[in-house]
Design a protein around this ligand. Structure first.
Ligand code: C2E
Ligand code: MG
Ligand code: MG
Ligand code: MG
Length: 282
């Protein structure tokens, strides 16, 4: 039996590793069927306006309830879906659900409906030929304004290939809005803010976490306001968990925030119940 002499090379021969690889393959196969079996659902987390917490928009987040394993985190199954390619089909399903939900809210709530609806788009989707045309068709079929929909992409996804950047430009040309997600954690390149049409910059939770202390994170959070304001990009602070953080972010000039302090992700129907006139209590 080969010894693991450092590095992952000999992992094949480790029975424990083998079980993990098996599980990965099994889960991947399950995910391919999850759409057809009705195991996926989309939840929506408010993006709020500071300081009073009125709903400025929502982010769609995918959920998977596995028949045996229960709820599986997207942090686990999205990377899996990207590896086995099922993200194409899963992502297509998510996008359709989200655009239909956005249209349904408008129909039911009119002016009170969320004015911005964000959906996460992975690198693999961006690189898929025909992706932009597909998006155009789904948006047109639902009869919503393209600018209602924001595509959330990561720096790493856009920097990865020319095809991904072309797709982002295509989405922008259609009239969708583009958000750079988890900003600061990927292969950050400020030139992306020049080369890529960016409407929204989502400042990652790892920076927001440090905003109430004298920290490098808080310096970065404050500096990003100068950059985004100058570039006419909206800044959204992600993962806001405390009133203290919300207060500091508002003081630093942030107009938008998202996080458990304001609201957790919820079903489309639950979100609808929050859509009434006046500011929503935090
Ligand atoms: P993300 O796009 O950055 O989404 C924000 C994540 O932070 C969500 O996790 C949300 O539930 C969580 N979050 C929001 N506020 C707080 C907070 O105050 N504290 C903490 N600790 N977490 C907070 P979630 O839903 O588990 O999703 C994880 C990631 O999976 C997402 O990060 C996104 O990258 C990916 N993902 C989720 N749904 C989709 C999807 O439909 N398509 C694609 N391609 N990726 C998705
Ligand atoms: Mg996101
Ligand atoms: Mg994010
Ligand atoms: Mg994040």
């Amino acid at each position: 039996v080969a010894k693991n002499a450092g590095g992952g090379r000999w992992a094949w021969f480790d029975p424990a590793m083998d079980r993990i690889a098996d599980q990965d393959a099994k889960l991947g196969a399950d995910l391919r069927q999850a759409v057809a079996r009705g195991e996926l659902r989309v939840v929506y987390q408010p993006i709020v306006e500071l300081p009073d917490g009125g709903i400025a928009g929502v982010e769609a987040l995918l959920r998977w309830r596995h028949p045996e394993h229960g709820e599986i985190s997207p942090a686990v199954f999205i990377p899996l879906a990207e590896r086995n390619g099922s993200i194409i089909e899963v992502g297509r399903w998510v996008f359709e659900q989200v655009v239909k939900q956005a249209a349904a809210w408008q129909h039911e709530y009119g002016d009170l409906a969320p004015a911005r609806v964000s959906v996460n788009v992975s690198a693999r989707q961006l690189r898929e030929p025909g992706f932009v045309a597909e998006v155009a068709a789904v948006v047109a079929a639902a009869g919503v304004e393209p600018s209602l929909i924001t595509a959330e992409v990561t720096e790493t996804a856009v920097l990865g290939t020319g095809a991904a950047l072309d797709a982002v430009r295509g989405l922008n040309a259609l009239g969708l809005r583009v958000a750079l997600d988890d900003f600061g954690t990927g292969q950050s390149s400020l030139s992306l803010l020049v080369d890529c049409p960016v409407d929204v910059l989502k400042v990652d939770k790892s920076f927001v976490d440090g905003v109430t202390t004298a920290s490098p994170q808080s310096v970065i959070v404050e500096s990003l306001i100068t950059i985004t304001a100058g570039l006419r990009i909206q800044a959204v602070a992600e993962g806001v968990e405390t009133a203290d953080q919300a207060h500091r972010l508002h003081q630093a000039g942030y107009q938008y925030a998202q996080g458990f302090h304001f609201a957790r992700p919820m079903s489309g129907a639950e979100l609808g119940k929050l859509l009434r006139p006046g500011p929503v209590p935090a």
